[in-house]
Structures are given as C-alpha cells and as structure tokens.
Design a protein around this ligand. Structure first.
Ligand code: ADP
Ligand code: MG
Length: 581
C-alpha cells in the first residue's frame, strides 16, 4: 500500500505523461486518512486525450459507519449505492473526477456498491491532468488528494444528509415491493394516484414542470396496496389480459404507455413515477424497418409471402415495418415476456388491423399478414402473455379487449361498459386466426456472437442508441426501454458473458441461456431474509450472487446491469447472429 500519494504526485510534476502508469496499484488516499480507505488506481490513461483513467475507492465499514438498517437487504444496498453515487457525482461536479450516477432510474451500477457490512466501493473515471505531454503533478494532487478525498469524506454516514438517504432507500424499497406484489394481485401494472407521468421533454426525462395533471385512477380499476414504508396507497391496477387504451389525440395515451415501459425500473424520489410499476418482464414492441431478423418464426403473422420465403424461420437483412414488428413480438415472447406494450404511434398499421372493407377488397389468400387483433386474445389465453395497447384510430380492438381505458384530458376513465355496447353491433369483420402458436425456441450459434477484434474484446456504448460489439454496431434506437448508456455497456458485457461462460453453447436455446445469465444477475431474491441478520452474517454467511462482479470480467469502465429482455433484444439485432437450424 503506497502511503504518500500526494508526495509521489508532486515528485512526478513535469515528467513525461507515461510516468503516470507507475501509479497503478493501491494507495492510502491522503497521508492522514484512516487506513480503512484505499484508493486503487486500476487503469492509467496513456495520454491526456485518452479516455479517463479508472480508479476505485474502497471504504471499510469503520470509515462509512453506515447504519445496519440501510444495508440490510440487497434492494436497500442498491438504493443506498444509488444515493451515494449521486452524492459523490454532485460533490465532484466540475472536477477531473467523474462518477456515473445515472439519472432518474436507480439501477445496479458498477460505479458504486454497498456491502452488507456497510463497506462501500466507489468506481470512477479521472482525467489525469497534464501540461501538454508532461505530468501536471500539482493538478493531479488537487484532483485525487483534494477533490476526490473530500467527496469520499462526504460519503461517511455522519456527513450525509441522513434523512435524504433514508427517504431514498425507503422509496426504492416501496417501488420494488409494489412490483413484486403485482402477480399475487393478478396485475401486470400499477399507477399510483398522484403520480406525475409527463416528462420535461423528449430528451429530458425529469418530471414535467408544474402544470402536469396528476394521475387519478378510475373507481372501477382502483386497487389499494400496503407498502413497507409508505403504508396504504391507492392507484390504477391493470389486470392481466388485454387492455386497450383509447382517447383523442394529445390526451395522454402515449405518456401513460411510456410510464409503463419505464415501470420496470425504480425511480428516484421526486421523479413522479416512484409508484408506477410494471412486471419485470415487460417488453415494448414496435416496428423497426430495416432491421435484421434471424430465423424467427413469424408464421402466425406472416404467411405465403410473394417471394415464397419460409416464414417459420424468417431471415432478412432488411425487414419491413410489419415483419420487423412481428419478429420483435415473437422474439419478446421467446425471451420470456409476460406483458407487451404497443403504441399505435410506432406500430405498423397493417400488422395491427385489417377492417371489413379491406378484407372484402383484398382476399385473404392475397394478403400474407394476419393482424394482431386476431392473435392478441390467444396470446393471453394460450401463452399467458398480456398486452396493453394504445389505439385511438380504430375500434376493431374493442371486440377483443378485456377492458378499455379512455384517456380524457390526461385522466383515465373506464369505458369498458360503453365499449361492450358498441361491440354488440357486428362490424362484419371476419376473424382470421384463433390461436397464437407456441413460440419455437432458437439455438443461437455462439461463434456468431464475438466481441473480439484482433485479440482484444471491443465493447463500447455509443450513447444510449448503439452498442459497438466487436466489429459491429448494434442499433438500439428501437429498444425503447433502455434507460442509459451504462445499460448499453452492460448488455455488451452480458452478451460476452453468455458466450464466455458457456451459457450459449450451440445446444441451449436462447431462453435457457438467458435463464442462466439471469440467475447470475438477479441479486435481489424474491424473498429477502429478515432485515436484521445481514450484519451478523458477515464473514460466514452464504456468498451472495453479485451481478456487477459477474458482468465485469476485467472491464474497467462504467456499466449498469441490464434486463434479460434487453439483452435478448440486442442479440436479436446483432447482424452476425446465426441460429442453428
Ligand atoms: P396522445 O398519445 O394521447 O396523443 P401524449 O401522451 O403524446 O398524447 O401527450 C400529449 C402531450 O400532453 C405531451 O406533450 C405530454 O407531455 C402532455 N401530457 C401528457 N400527460 C400529461 C399530464 N398528465 N399533464 C400534463 N401534460 C401531459
Ligand atoms: Mg400518442
């Protein structure tokens, strides 16, 4: 353990930049700092213009003095880590150090981890300063021994805003508990009364400024739940089955659906969506023309194409709007989705509807497409997959919906009864299918999933929208539930893990491989042990699966743990993917 980092940095001043490399290793952060804090310099940038150097700060439990109740369960530790990362990021704003704290979502991140005994590890990037190609030793001392050391001191429990930390942890715990309650309530989603759904703008996910109409559930769909910290809360519970959301343009339909998309994540206090939850296995499905599709059975939707292509193992490098959406839907079911979300704004009309007149004009044997309206019921009845669908432009779904919610000036109304009356008058439309067939299980070829370029693993997020994976870029713009670039990197690491850990072995189906991956990544078991013993168990307790560690595999940068469905969505968009026939 190097003991005097400051002196070392000052001594380096003016030396050539490459000398920074000699810092690699473990240091006492400042001369006077308690030995319980270790600065680990993991990776040093080779020049001042390279991506930042990577350091980790390990803080022992005697330093942090976290109260045991804040670290008692895996969910609480993730939440506390989220709070600490945000606190550190705030303290380091404008400095040479950068902590990846995320935004509105509270995800398991590599940037901060809290152990059951209260130990905290903070991982961050540091732009080591230089004067041209010479070391700026005094600047580096200021960054590491000044700014960083101060921010670290601010993470001790007695330096924190303890009340805010507790609120943050309890809020996330409530969200998580609410989401876990959904199945036993027979629900696929819940939106608490008082929630604020609209966002500031299409590129700013913070809550809309004052003026937003708070959510209020319709009486008939109102459900009351008991949360561990907030106690009783009421809101709209969406039951399993088929839910149709209708309403005039600009009345808040898409905003509701987008909140449900993000309901797979926990949100920071003040976000407005703290108590908006959906099943973890919720998949937003949309059209995405131009994407690749590899061996997907889309025959339920698409049959006898004019080209004669076999649609039970459908392949294309350039899917149309309708076939891309059919593929996305089947892929989601294959990967284990329990709830599908579809918005007319991003759906392919010809895959969604085909009315009586069009049926009369274009005979069924001239039309390869079977519209979703004829499959959505069976999808729930026979495959156990529910759907929430926004459709303001066609009434055909009224016949197949279990309930109809109308958004009226941002207020949901239950108009199911009125819709039933209308449905009693037949439209003359013929039903074109009655069973959503069992989804076949593809076996991906692991050799087709390769991030290595000239001997080096290349995984790089291009913001939130694309993943550089080996020699390819995976376009993720249509994978709408991704929250940030950290998850994109996490997906890259997960794809690599699927192959390197042998989960994808050329025999297992994609779903089986995802099961294995998910077991490694789910730190938060459905049943938590009672809150107290976590601290006593230190040392000899069972070693908990640790998702960040499982994914890291030597990767030095920041990432967040992705969802299983998003890993599958990225794999399905990898242009080199091959499935074994
Ligand atoms: P639709 O899909 O029904 O056409 P949107 O959901 O796109 O409508 O909403 C239209 C506009 O209204 C958006 O700018 C959105 O931010 C805003 N909005 C949505 N819900 C609310 C609300 N509860 N309060 C205030 N504005 C809202
Ligand atoms: Mg809309």
């Amino acid at each position: 353990l190097g003991s005097d980092l400051a002196a070392e940095l000052r001594a380096m001043d003016g030396a050539s930049y490459g000398r920074y490399k000699s810092l690699t290793g473990r240091w006492r952060l400042t001369a006077g700092a308690p030995p319980a804090v270790v600065l680990e310099i993991e990776k040093v940038q080779s020049d001042p213009f390279a991506p930042p150097s990577r350091v980790a700060v390990h803080m022992g439990p005697h330093f942090t003095e976290m109260p045991p109740e804040l670290c008692a369960t895996a969910v609480r530790r993730r939440a506390l880590a989220g709070f600490l990362a945000r606190t550190a990021a705030e303290a380091l704003r404008g400095s040479a150090c950068r902590v990846d704290a995320g935004r509105q979502e509270v995800l398991a991140r590599s940037s901060c981890q809290v152990d059951a005994d209260g130990a905290v590890t903070l991982r961050l990037g540091v732009q080591l300063p230089g004067h041209g190609r010479r070391i700026d030793g005094y600047g580096a001392e200021r960054a590491l021994c000044g700014e960083l050391a101060e921010a670290v001191a601010g993470l001790r429990h007695d330096a924190l805003d303890a009340e805010a930390a507790r609120r943050f942890v309890e809020s996330v715990e409530d969200t998580d508990a609410l989401r876990r309650m959904l199945p036993s309530l027979g629900l696929v989603a819940f939106v608490a009364d008082g929630s604020v759904l609209p966002r500031r703008s299409g590129v700013d996910d913070r809550p809309a400024a004052p003026g937003a109409v708070p959510f209020r559930s319709p009486e008939s769909l109102r459900v009351e739940v008991e949360l561990p910290n907030r106690g009783r809360v009421a809101g709209m519970g969406l039951p399993e089955g088929v839910t149709l959301v209708v309403g005039g343009g600009f009345h808040g339909k898409s905003t509701l659906l987008r909140a449900l998309e993000r309901g797979v994540y926990d949100h920071v206090p003040g976000d407005g969506r703290e108590l908006v939850v959906s099943l973890p296995r919720t998949a937003k499905v949309r059209a995405e023309d131009g994407r690749r599709v590899e061996g997907v059975d889309v025959s339920a939707f698409v049959d006898h194409l004019p080209t004669g292509a076999d649609t039970r193992t459908f392949r294309t490098d350039n899917a149309s709007g309708s076939t891309s959406q059919a593929a996305a839907l089947v892929e989601a079911v294959e990967a284990g989705a329990r709830l599908l979300l579809i918005d007319e704004d991003t759906a392919a009309t010809n895959l969604m509807i085909r009315d009586a007149r069009m049926q009369a004009l274009v005979a069924k044997d001239r039309e390869p497409l079977t519209p979703f309206v004829d499959l959505v019921r069976s999808l729930h009845r026979d495959r156990g997959v529910s759907t929430v669908l926004v459709m303001g432009g066609s009434g055909d779904y009224i016949d197949v919906a279990d309930r109809v919610v109308m958004m009226d000036a941002f207020r949901p109304l239950d108009v199911t009864a009125r819709a039933r009356e209308l449905a009693a008058v037949p439209t003359g439309r013929a039903v074109e299918a009655d069973v959503f067939p069992e989804v076949g299980s593809r076996v991906p070829d692991p050799r087709s999933v390769d991030p290595v370029v000239r001997g080096r693993r290349k995984i790089r997020a291009h913001g939130r929208d694309a993943l550089g994976f080996g020699e390819q870029d995976i376009d993720l713009r249509a994978v709408e539930q991704l929250a940030d670039a950290g998850q994109v990197t996490g997906i890259g690491l997960a794809l690599d893990r699927l192959v390197r850990a042998g989960h994808l072995d050329g025999r297992r189906t994609l779903a089986e491989a995802l099961d294995l991956l998910e077991a490694e990544l789910s730190v938060e078991p459905a049943v938590e042990p009672a809150a107290e013993p976590a601290v006593e168990a230190e040392g000899d307790g069972p070693v908990e699966a640790e998702p960040v560690g499982a994914l890291r595999g030597g990767y030095p940068g920041d990432f967040a743990v992705p969802r299983r469905l998003d890993v599958a969505a990225a794999l399905n968009r990898l242009r080199s993917l091959r499935v074994i026939d």
